[in-house]
Design a protein around this ligand. Structure first.
Ligand code: ATP
Length: 240
């Protein structure tokens, strides 16, 4: 079986001054899958996503997208390639309506008619947002804001979506909704690279996962295998 990788990360190294945030990281993202990165606070998870999306420049290593080296390229060039990041903390435009947030997300589409069609597609997929189309986005619930942030990312019709802690700060029932949403997105054929502190739920959802610690990959494997691994359970799944 020949695996098709969208992204191949090789020996990636990132520093902030004297802080070594990533050190020799190797990750492969197979097309159509959900891949997750778990790890403690400060492990380097956000740094990894920010480096892929062009917000942070690595000092060493390669990131290949369909074979092309993209490390160090500016963020707008990465988005154009169909890689979109949904940042931690949602960061929607609170003063704009739900519809306006989506329209802004579709900035790459110069054709306004196409853009509006895509907004309507989002509303068909997520009726809950449709019901709140004209509502000021800042007044949405936390879960709805997260849904909107993800949909806004989908407005570039991405091949790969990078999700940074989508369940952060959400009530448990909303956490479940966000994980369902991720599954739904993946069902549309979009590959997902997910960074999460909620290790149990993300491993259960993932085809494959990496555990990042102190800037290095500590272990990796199929989501189900890591879930069943006793060491992982002790450290990351809150079981003794
Ligand atoms: P969390 O789960 O807490 O969000 P994380 O795994 O996403 O953590 P990063 O945010 O990638 O971790 O941080 C990795 C390390 O790099 C940490 O030690 C952090 O303090 C440091 N760091 C991150 N961003 C910067 C920055 N802009 N300047 C200096 N140090 C930084």
């Amino acid at each position: 079986e020949v695996k098709k990788y969208i992204l191949e990360i090789e020996d990636l190294e990132v520093r902030y001054g004297h802080i070594q945030a990533l050190n020799g990281v190797n990750i492969q993202v197979e097309k159509g899958k959900i891949i997750s990165i778990i790890g403690s606070n400060g492990a380097g998870k956000s740094t990894l996503l920010n480096t892929i999306s062009g917000l942070v420049k690595p000092v060493q290593g390669k990131i290949r997208h369909h074979g092309d080296e993209i490390q160090g390229k500016p963020a707008h060039a990465i988005v154009k390639r169909g890689i979109v990041q949904v940042p931690e903390g949602r960061k929607i435009f609170g003063g704009l309506s739900v519809r306006e947030n989506l329209v802004v997300g579709g900035f790459l589409l110069k054709n306004q008619k196409k853009r509006n069609e895509l907004v309507d597609e989002m509303f068909a997929l997520f009726p809950r947002l449709k019901e709140r189309e004209q509502q000021q986005a800042g007044t949405l619930s936390g879960g709805e804001q997260q849904m909107l942030a993800i949909c806004r990312g989908l407005m570039i019709d991405p091949e790969l979506i990078l999700l940074d802690e989508p369940s952060l700060g959400l009530a448990p029932v909303l956490v479940n909704e966000v994980f369902k949403l991720i599954k739904k997105i993946n069902g549309l054929g979009i590959t997902v690279l997910l960074v999460e502190q909620n290790a149990k739920k993300s491993l259960a959802l993932s085809d494959y996962a990496y555990v990042l610690e102190n800037g290095s990959i500590f272990t990796q494997g199929k989501g189900e295998d890591l879930l069943a691994n006793e060491d992982i359970q002790k450290v990351y799944l809150g079981e003794r």
